[in-house]
Design a protein around this ligand. Structure first.
Ligand code: FE2
Ligand code: FE2
Length: 264
């Protein structure tokens, strides 16, 4: 089976690209299951209920989030009741949302999804290694296909977690840094890995935000609202080939598709 994992959907440009193109991409790539990180969909921070519904209607099977998970508090009831979205699993137990989920693919294969946050240059959270052990043990053993979103700032955090989980999960796929890395590959134990799959959004800026605002705040220290950038919109992610019998990956490749720019 083939799984498409899309990196952080950023703002209106990222959201529009996914909702307009995903059904075509699903057909072209013969994708059986789609996971998307949507923590930046709502003007760069969070996800609205309307967007959640729009992404699901467009063909996203499970949504992961990250440090922006609670930026739109209207999402709380969705996080608490809908199996198609998870919170970071190493957030406190009292934090709204489920730490893992299982959703069936179009061909009927159950797929577990878990999201873990890193701890370098990020808000303190529980140990992602212990959280992974705890929740992977909770997932029913017959659910062999297990995808982990590692949402972290540091490459070393992501690599260490991936090697720790090698052979125990199908794929460990990086998000949060928004720039695709050129290291998609299989680890020795059969787990697919990519440090960052890249964001789905505008690349003509600073990790999806308009350069002028980011520069002004960086230089003057005056806080401002970081607008979402507009140009060079790309849909980025990873395509993972999975053996549903073993739950291990047999291949992984980067996915990148440029969206047509605005008419001149
Ligand atoms: Fe992000
Ligand atoms: Fe993030």
């Amino acid at each position: 089976m083939r799984i498409l994992f899309l990196g952080d959907i950023v703002g209106r440009p990222g959201y529009a690209a996914v909702t307009e193109r995903l059904s075509e991409i699903r057909d072209q790539e013969s994708v059986d299951f789609v996971i998307a990180n949507a923590e930046n969909a709502a003007d760069g921070s969070g996800l609205t209920v309307r967007q959640f519904r729009g992404l699901v209607a467009a063909g996203v099977d499970v949504i992961t989030m990250g440090d922006h998970v609670y930026r739109k508090l209207e999402l709380k009831p969705v996080l608490e009741t809908d199996p198609r979205i998870v919170k970071p699993a190493n957030y406190p137990e009292a934090a709204p949302g489920r730490p893992w989920t299982v959703v069936r693919s179009r061909s009927g294969v159950p797929v577990a999804v878990l999201s873990l946050m890193g701890r370098v240059f990020m808000r303190p959270v529980d140990c992602p290694f212990q959280a992974a052990d705890r929740y992977l043990a909770e997932i029913p053993p017959e659910v062999k296909v297990r995808i982990v979103d590692v949402h972290a700032e540091a490459t070393s955090d992501k690599q260490t977690l991936a090697r720790y989980l090698d052979g125990r999960v199908t794929a460990v796929l990086g998000t949060h840094t928004h720039v695709p890395t050129a290291d998609a590959g299989l680890l020795a134990g059969g787990t697919a890995y990519q440090t960052d799959v890249g964001m789905t959004g505008p690349y003509d800026g600073v990790i999806g935000r308009a350069f002028d605002r980011v520069l002004a705040t960086t230089v003057t220290f005056e806080p401002t609202h970081f607008h979402v950038a507009t140009g060079d919109v790309r849909i980025c992610g990873a395509v993972v080939e999975v053996d549903p019998e073993t739950g291990l990956a047999t291949a992984i490749r980067r996915y990148e598709r440029a969206e047509p720019g605005p008419a001149e």
